[in-house]
Design a protein around this ligand. Structure first.
Ligand code: X2W
Length: 286
């Protein structure tokens, strides 16, 4: 690169930082829950980029909370152990053997992978699940699904203590049952419940699609809750998008200010959404 062009590059970087000031000010002290789905977790480089974005958020005074999934990683381990698995309405039928694997993979492998990536970028991250400090007490969703839980009682107070010490919680979507059971919770559902319990300013649902598509196939950048209901009734919102939009609606009803559904594989997706005028994905408000 020519010296002159290189200078231009740095000038553009400085300009970008300067233009971010109002956004940085707006989000100081804000709580942002980020759901990182298994399908949005790409290469090691992509994880490094995600971790850097989260550490930057913490650095500028945001309280980021990462809630993760890991469906594909659970599938891979179940296959290695030759345990068959099926989904009913987007939820894994979870017997006693399966829930052990789910907990080992999510709380162990996936959770620690994310924690380590954040710490390598200079953050201070701790890994938890919904069991820690009774964060997410669950009831059984439906006897036909086995150990699948629905969040019933949330105890998020201890997360405030972590925020006060600049600690970034990374949470696996498992919950404790009232009789000592372990429940497997859909990652989106867990993220929505945690965001509502914290009355978060933003819930970012990082997926592998660009956002909610309208009737013409284009991504809708802003939607009201009522539009989601209408588009779902019309069949425009369908398939795998339904659990995401349902999570968005219940999070908003639970007091979350806005929910964004966005492509987590896009570079710096979280920063683009929070700190630029451009935004990313579909922003949903009440
Ligand atoms: C999910 C939990 C992981 C998850 C499962 O067992 O796959 C249920 O289905 P993604 O990557 O976000 O899909 N739990 C009840 O949600 O992972």
């Amino acid at each position: 690169m020519k010296k002159q062009d290189m200078n231009r590059d740095w000038i553009a970087t400085a300009r970008t930082l300067s233009q971010a000031l109002p956004y940085l000010q707006r989000y100081t002290g804000a709580t942002v829950v980020i759901k990182l789905g298994g399908h949005a977790m790409g290469s090691d480089e992509a994880m490094e980029d995600f971790a850097r974005d989260v550490v930057l958020m913490r650095q500028v005074g945001v309280n980021p909370v990462v809630v993760h999934g890991g469906g594909p990683m659970i599938n891979a381990m179940l296959e290695r152990l030759e345990i068959k698995s099926e989904f009913v309405n987007g939820k894994r039928v979870t017997d006693a053997a399966t829930v052990e694997v789910v907990e080992m993979v999510l709380s162990g492998l996936v959770n620690k992978h994310i924690v380590q990536a954040i710490n390598r970028q200079g953050g201070k991250s701790v890994g938890l699940s919904g069991k820690d400090a009774d964060l997410m007490i669950c009831d059984q969703t439906n006897p036909d699904l086995g150990f699948v839980g629905t969040p019933a009682e949330m105890n998020p107070e201890f997360l405030q203590e972590l925020f006060a010490t600049d600690t970034i919680p990374v949470i696996a979507p498992l919950g404790a049952g009232r009789n000592g059971e372990t429940f497997n919770v859909n990652g989106d559902t867990a993220a929505g419940a945690i965001a509502a319990a914290l009355t978060a300013d933003r819930l970012l649902l990082l997926t592998d699609v660009a956002g909610v598509k309208g009737a013409n196939g284009d991504v809708m950048t802003e939607l009201k809750a009522q539009q989601i209901r209408d588009l779902t009734a019309e069949g425009v919102i369908a398939g795998g998008m339904i659990p995401k939009t349902e999570t968005a609606l219940s999070a908003i009803e639970g007091g979350v200010r806005a929910v964004v559904i966005l492509d987590g594989r896009a570079p710096n997706a979280c920063l683009l959404e929070l700190f630029t005028e451009h935004g990313a994905g579909s922003l949903i408000r009440g």
